[in-house]
Design a protein around this ligand. Structure first.
Ligand code: NAD
Length: 323
């Protein structure tokens, strides 16, 4: 079994590769992994094991047809994480988002088609649905993305679906909630808050802090991705919810508690343009059909993440978001 993982040097991709090579997934203990990444600011080779006998690292861009036609032959499946992933950056400059997320996905699927690699898991996001004040989305809800990031992900999600429908490729799609865990770039909410607190600084909170997100531990997300890879239907779309729904203010409250500091460490900042109020997924389908169950308790997972960032200053300090 040979699996090609795109975006493998990023946050979720590298967690997935480490779990896969570490033997977390029964039946895949001997799987060989090709970690493909073009190493944008978000990719870091230090996220991947060094010198692992079943790991090959390839520096390549998913938009390069030549590179993909060269590397894809011989693989049994592709797990496609590669993307531009930060909403704020998409507000400042959307071009790389549409280029990598949409055209990169189309190029990757064309190359899979040309090389006979039919099995693909495409990693999408809850943000493709837009924003929901009450209730939760199931997979049949229309896609109404609001940010350029979400629009580019919605487009790539539909590109993936179209290659299943048109070409009969064995493609499944996951749409997951906000992930948290080790190796997440310090520009994203939880690491940004944690690293600011570790530096003795304040936590920047958007707007009135009432935006609601669901939080999913990256190990649970990777478990879901693996289940979909193994048992997901061709053309199947699977929400992966976070179970823990919190306003940003509540999230920060948990962190302040872990650091044993008070609300004076909150710094209110101007809201993000077009900031979605709430995301909420119904993930009954992946639970019923594939037997998915999250395993990481949020409070414990968050405390472990704080300890991880405390112990890995060398990893995050060079790329820390400038306040
Ligand atoms: P990330 O930004 O940490 O990692 C993305 C990786 O893709 C980086 O290593 C980067 O170098 C690589 N990459 C970017 N452009 C590339 C290109 N053109 N060719 C090859 N590699 C390229 O992102 P992440 O948080 O790990 O997210 C992974 C996937 O999961 C993305 O598709 C994202 O949309 C999706 N997702 C993430 C979250 C989350 O909470 N982080 C939630 C839902 C969905």
């Amino acid at each position: 079994m040979r699996i090609l993982v795109t975006g493998a040097a990023g946050f979720i991709g590298s967690n997935y590769v480490r779990e896969l090579l570490g033997g977390s997934y029964a039946g895949y203990e001997t799987a060989r992994v090709t970690a493909l990444d073009c190493l944008t600011y978000a990719g870091n080779l230090a996220n991947l094991p060094t010198g692992h006998p079943r790991l090959e690292v390839v520096r390549a861009d998913v938009r390069s047809r030549d590179a993909l036609l060269d590397v894809l032959p011989g693989h049994d499946a592709v797990v496609h994480f590669a993307a531009e992933s930060h909403v704020d950056r998409s507000v400042a400059d959307a071009a790389p988002f549409f280029s990598t997320n949409v055209l990169g996905t189309q190029n990757l699927l064309d190359c899979c088609l040309a090389t006979g690699v039919s099995r693909v898991v495409h990693i999408s996001t809850d943000e493709v649905y837009g924003s929901i004040a009450e209730g939760s989305w199931d997979e049949a809800q229309p896609l109404l993305p609001n940010s350029p990031y979400a629009a580019s992900k919605a487009a790539s999600d539909l590109v993936a679906r179209s290659y299943w429908r048109t070409h009969g490729m064995d493609i499944s799609i996951t749409r997951c909630a906000n992930n948290y865990g080790p190796y997440q770039n310090a520009e994203k909410a939880i690491p940004r808050f944690v690293t600011s607190l570790l530096d003795g600084g304040t936590v920047p909170l958007y707007g009135d802090g009432r935006n609601v997100r669901e939080w999913l531990h990256v190990a649970d997300h990777c478990r879901a991705v693996q289940l979909v890879l193994e048992k997901g239907r061709a053309g199947g779309i699977y929400n992966v919810s976070g179970e823990t729904e919190l306003t940003n203010l509540q999230l920060v409250g948990h962190l302040l508690e872990l650091f044993d500091v008070g609300p004076e460490r909150i710094r209110w900042v101007t809201d993000r343009k077009g900031h979605d109020l709430r995301y909420s997924l119904d993930d009954g389908l992946i639970r019923r059909e594939l037997g998915y169950r999250p395993q990481v308790d949020f409070r414990q997972g968050l405390a472990e993440v704080v300890e991880w960032y405390r112990g890995h200053r060398d990893w995050w300090e060079p790329g820390k978001h400038s306040e």
